[in-house]
Design a protein around this ligand. Structure first.
Ligand SMILES: Cc1ncc(COP(=O)(O)O)c(C=O)c1O
Length: 435
């Protein structure tokens, strides 16, 4: 949707020009509303074509249910996972297989469990629980880089952990703020990190940020946790981006016991039937498993084996196929934003090279209004505020765009409407200020 030629930033336009534009945009919005579209940009899910890349998983074992060490994967046992799957986790998380455990179909549940164990039982042995007996644990706090992943924040909320927003820059979390906060407040016990192609901005943490994060536990409370959710470790779409290996840096900094690393195959094979992984220092892993043994005798090893064999020596090629499917959708979002919003100079957006999301910042105070205008015009977006703890974006400015699931034409139509709503709401806001 081209903007009116040669008129420049909205803020520089006259009241008459803005009124005329408002009229045009409103008329267009009415037309769109009448068309009764039903489009959805909310879901950070792989599309049908992507999951189909892994259809061969079904039946892949072809009756061979034993691991290389002779274990029958159909039976009970093996809480930390079969060696083949631990090696897959090691490849994804870039740390030794001995430091990896394999969970069920969700890394998120491993994150929940590890935070819960840290709170109630302790990850570092007897007496280490954050809410242990005799400790002043009236408050446990986590740092939450924002905008961020809503389900991380929900874990904290459901476990009664207070969240502190810190800005997520294009280099990663604001480390100056993170360091100052953890230094002055020992009740801060953790930080959420999505270090590569983050959800929702798509940024990859800079080398310096990763180094500072690896050292953070040295100035924080000794039972501080870096929750390193590397969900998009191999998910380059336009191109891959390098990420420093935090595990090695933590070894060097003496903070390995303060690091938990997560990944999964959710966005590699089947989002609902993949395999989740956690990486940690050996004694931390052992403690975690000693709590976990009361919940399960072992996770689904049949799924572990078929994943390990299916992806063996072909992970990069497989991820290339994913990228080819979703790249046009990412390109469509970028070109729609460039041609539809750049000249107005009212919004800014990220240009990720991979991951699942694009983050749009609209003028302060307008995100909720734009999301609701778009809904009335037939485009469902992630609720405004969802990318912030407690669902509250203090500036009401951030909108998450998830282009992978809909068809390309749907992404294009949805973006036209989102841009239309953003422009109309911005013009109306400016007019209110000028009249
Ligand atoms: C950053 C991040 N972590 C974790 C998940 C969920 O992972 P899993 O399916 O392994 O639970 C998602 C899904 O969108 C995500 O964006």
């Amino acid at each position: 949707m081209p903007t009116e030629e040669g008129q420049g930033p909205l803020a520089k336009r006259t009241v008459e020009q803005l009124k005329k534009l408002e009229e045009n945009l409103s008329a267009r919005l009415h037309q769109v509303q009448a068309a009764g579209l039903k489009l959805d940009l909310t879901r950070g899910k792989p599309c049908a074509e992507q999951v189909a890349l892994s259809d061969a998983l079904d039946g892949f074992l072809a009756g061979k249910y034993t691991t290389e060490s002779g274990q029958d994967v159909r039976n009970y046992g093996g809480l930390s996972g079969i060696p083949e799957a631990r090696r897959l986790g090691s490849e994804l998380m870039d740390l030794p297989a001995d430091n990896v455990m394999v969970g069920g179909n969700s890394s998120l549940s491993l994150m929940f469990q590890s935070v819960q164990f840290a709170l109630q039982k302790g990850l570092w042995g007897a007496g280490s629980a954050w809410r242990g007996e005799g400790q002043d644990t009236s408050k446990i706090r986590f740092l939450c880089p924002v905008p961020g992943y809503d389900r991380h924040f929900s874990i904290c909320e459901s476990l009664g952990i207070e969240m502190i927003n810190i800005p997520l820059t294009d280099q990663g979390p604001d480390m100056q703020m993170a360091e100052a906060l953890v230094k002055s407040d020992p009740s801060i016990k953790g930080i959420w990190c999505v270090p590569k192609f983050s959800n929702p901005t798509g940024c990859t943490y800079s080398d310096l940020t990763v180094e500072r994060l690896a050292n953070l536990a040295n100035i924080a409370s000794p039972d501080f946790l870096v929750m390193w959710d590397n969900a998009y470790a191999v998910h380059g779409v336009i191109e891959d981006e390098p990420l420093l290996n935090i595990f090695d840096l933590a070894v060097h900094a003496g903070t390995l016991q303060n690091l938990l690393v997560f990944a999964s195959t959710s966005k590699i094979t089947f989002a609902g039937s993949g395999v989740g992984f956690m990486g940690a220092e050996t004694s931390v892993l052992k403690n975690f498993l000693s709590h976990l043994q009361y919940q399960t005798i072992g996770y689904d090893k049949v799924n572990q084996l078929r994943h390990a064999l299916f992806l063996k020596n072909r992970l990069a090629e497989h991820m290339q196929s994913h990228a080819e499917i979703i790249r046009p959708k990412f390109v469509a979002v970028q070109s729609a934003l460039d041609s539809g919003l750049a000249e107005d100079d009212v919004a800014k957006w990220t240009q990720p090279r991979g991951g699942y999301f694009i983050s749009l910042d609209v003028p302060k105070g307008l995100a909720t209004r734009i999301v609701s205008m778009a809904a009335k015009a037939g485009v469902i977006l992630t609720p405004a505020g969802a990318t912030f703890p407690y669902g509250k974006d203090p500036n009401d400015t951030n909108i998450r765009i998830a282009p992978t699931f809909p068809k390309l034409e749907e992404v294009e139509s949805a973006m036209d409407i989102l841009i239309l709503c953003t422009r109309l709401a911005s013009v109306q806001q400016l007019l209110l200020g000028k009249l």
